[in-house]
Design a protein around this ligand. Structure first.
Ligand code: SDX
Length: 431
């Protein structure tokens, strides 16, 4: 069977090459389309456009499959942890003992911020959104490192140190931004604590008091980080690739990813889901009123945490998180009415033709907020937790572009629909 596509345009026939991925995904390569036909493609929201080939993550939206470097998310969720999975995503393999120790030690050695960073925290008003602080402080942190300021694209011998520094510091910055927003003293990371333990320590412990780390809380948060670690070319990862393609440094590219993730249609949805459930609870609605509104285009409401550009089946991460919700809440003896509302909403929506016809299922954000509430993460920090989890995926995609010899700056085209030739009119002659 020919692996070429034929295109009829203005009475001419063109042949375009195609390519097939390792999971049999197929694409028409239009790299030469404009040069040979004068036409470009247009694809609203890039729903049919591949920006790259990648070896990191595979998603099959119809089957509800998600694999990091070929390993199913279900296996990693059950058997791995965030740091080990971060190594898998960034370096392509699960680390052996020596590699894991080296990676963990690099994370520990790079977890402190430059002391002068504290002055930057002072500059934010109380109540500043932690996502705004996170993005700004990732860039601020890079200003303390000369090599980052004079980034040698593709030639940086310390790249692995910067990888570890970014993964480690994003957690410290996040904790500090929370403490600052509450007017609490900053808590330094402990050398003896592992990644997720240290984050909880920096968030919640108080000076001169023994902080009790509950294993079920550490495990639940580590699972949340792991489940968010990568998700192929989503909005924020594509943003990281866009910025990286100009050969900007790693910190600048990931700081841009934080901004893209913040939007309520993307990573900001986990905060929006809880706010939606709280509104439904406050109004004593059993969910049916809200679902009616979510189906009405004029209501301005959506069933947050539902729907996905790729998954036209249940998001496998949502299934894992929903199960973890029940486990964590029962272990912590928490009875959260919002979980009951979420389950009722899901049950009603999955029977409602509006959602069924549009293949709208719960996505990763639908239940994640319930767990974060249960372990004490404040709602304004939910998307920050998503950003901490997604950092390995952003870094892996940055690394792929940097290591691709033929990588080019991303520069999409457009079709101009504005005024044709026009001329300057002096203000005296304007109507
Ligand atoms: C994430 O890309 C990724 O991989 C993202 C992510 C990751 O890990 O990086 O998975 C994380 O961002 C998950 C998504 C979180 N966002 C939300 O939960 C917000 C609510 N969901 C929607 O805004 C929406 O479903 C999106 C943004 C997720 C997907 O949008 P699309 O693909 O552009 O779909 P669409 O808006 O064109 O919807 C198709 C139809 C429309 O109705 P019709 O015009 O056909 O009549 O479905 C409707 C939409 O109105 N629809 C919804 C809906 N989602 C879609 N209607 C009500 N509630 C919803 N949630």
């Amino acid at each position: 069977m020919s692996n070429q596509a034929k295109l009829e345009l203005d009475g001419k026939t063109y042949t375009l090459p195609t390519l097939t991925g390792s999971e049999n995904e197929k694409a028409v390569d239009v790299s030469a389309l404009r040069a040979s036909t004068g036409y470009i493609t247009i694809d609203d929201g890039y729903g049919n456009t591949g920006s790259c080939v990648s070896n990191v993550t595979f998603i099959d939206g119809d089957q509800g499959i998600l694999r990091y470097r070929g390993i199913p998310i279900e296996e990693l969720a059950e058997k791995s942890n965030f740091v080990e999975t971060a190594h898998l995503i960034i370096y392509g393999e699960l680390p052996n003992r020596a590699q894991l120790k080296k990676f963990s030690d690099l994370l520990t050695d790079n977890q402190y911020l430059h002391e002068d960073m504290k002055f930057h925290f002072e500059g934010f008003p109380t109540g500043a959104h932690p996502m705004a602080i996170l993005s700004a402080m990732i860039n601020a942190s890079s200003c303390f490192d000369e090599d980052l300021m004079r980034w040698q694209w593709g030639k940086n011998k310390q790249f692995d140190v910067y990888v570890a520094r970014l993964i480690s510091q994003v957690r410290t910055i996040a904790a500090y931004s929370y403490r600052k927003s509450k007017g609490l003293p900053l808590i330094y990371p402990k050398q003896s604590y592992k990644y997720t333990e240290n984050f909880l320590h920096m968030l919640f412990s108080m000076p001169y008091e023994d902080f009790v780390l509950k294993p079920e809380v550490v495990k639940a948060l580590d699972l949340i980080f792991l489940l968010h670690a990568d998700h192929e070319q989503n909005c924020s990862t594509s943003t990281v690739r866009m910025v990286a393609s100009s050969q900007a440094n790693l910190f600048a590219s990931c700081a841009a990813g934080v901004c893209a993730l913040w939007g309520p249609l993307h990573g900001g949805a986990n905060q929006a889901v809880i706010e939606m459930l709280q509104q439904i609870h406050r109004e004593g609605d059993d969910g049916s009123k809200f679902i009616t509104a979510a189906k009405d285009k004029n209501s301005g409401k959506k069933l947050m945490g539902f729907g996905h550009r790729v998954y036209k089946n249940y998001d496998p991460r949502a299934k894992i998180i929903k199960k973890a919700c029940d486990e964590v809440l029962s272990k912590l003896h928490i009875d959260d009415p919002l979980l009951d509302i979420a389950k009722k909403l899901e049950e009603a929506a999955l029977k409602d033709s509006y959602f069924v016809e549009r293949k709208l299922y719960p996505n990763v954000d639908f239940y994640s907020g319930i767990i974060m509430r249960a372990i004490g993460i404040p709602v304004e920090m939910f998307t920050v937790i998503f950003a901490i989890g997604r950092m390995p995926g952003w870094i892996a995609n940055y690394k792929e572009i940097m290591e691709e010899p033929k990588s080019r700056i991303y520069r999409p085209r457009q079709i101009y629909t504005g005024r044709t030739l026009n001329h300057y009119v002096p203000v005296a002659e304007r109507k």
